[in-house]
Ligand binder design. Structure first.
Ligand SMILES: Cc1cc2nc3c(=O)[nH]c(=O)nc-3n(C[C@H](O)[C@H](O)[C@H](O)COP(=O)(O)O)c2cc1C
Length: 141
């Protein structure tokens, strides 16, 4: 009997982005609800996971997923006029996901100084500091 079981497919290569941005002047902080309501189902069906942190003024988002999907999403997010001054602090290939639970976790940062400090970092420094702070964020579902 020939083996008709499907050939296991190799997992898609993963990629991650960490960026900072500012809420656009024209926007109210309530825009976050609309952003998450659309982002979550999209992310869930496209294998995108991560965490969005917002302090009322500044965003910080860590996104991970299949390279092609996460690069395309990063392009759309960068073009989104609801925020400005977007700067990618870190990007690179990823061996294993860092987030499992979320289509897109959301946390409100309590301390604006903490976000201001984070936003000055770049590269691996930025990534390590963000990851170290993760347990201190008040993650809401
Ligand atoms: C701070 C911020 C974070 C966002 N995060 C996501 C996200 O994780 N997933 C997503 O699908 N859209 C996210 N969006 C929305 C996208 O920018 C964009 O509106 C959405 O992908 C729909 O794209 P379109 O308007 O070109 O169709 C985010 C927007 C902002 C301002």
């Amino acid at each position: 009997m020939p083996d008709r079981s499907p050939t296991p497919t190799a997992p898609l290569p993963l990629y991650e982005f960490l960026y900072w941005s500012q809420l656009a002047d024209s926007q109210s902080p309530t825009a976050i609800g609309q952003i998450l309501a659309r982002a979550r189902p999209f992310n869930a069906s496209n294998g995108i996971t991560g965490l969005l942190v917002f302090d009322g003024q500044r965003f910080c988002q860590h996104l991970e997923g299949p390279t092609v999907a996460v690069e395309a999403l990063m392009g759309r997010i960068a073009a989104d006029e609801r925020h400005s001054e977007l700067r990618i602090a870190y990007e690179g290939p990823l061996a294993e996901r860092r987030y499992r639970r979320f289509d897109m976790g959301y946390a409100q940062a309590e301390d604006p100084m903490q976000m201001e400090h984070l936003a000055m970092l770049r590269g691996d420094d930025a990534l390590q500091k963000f990851l170290a702070l993760r347990p201190s964020f008040d993650i809401q579902s």
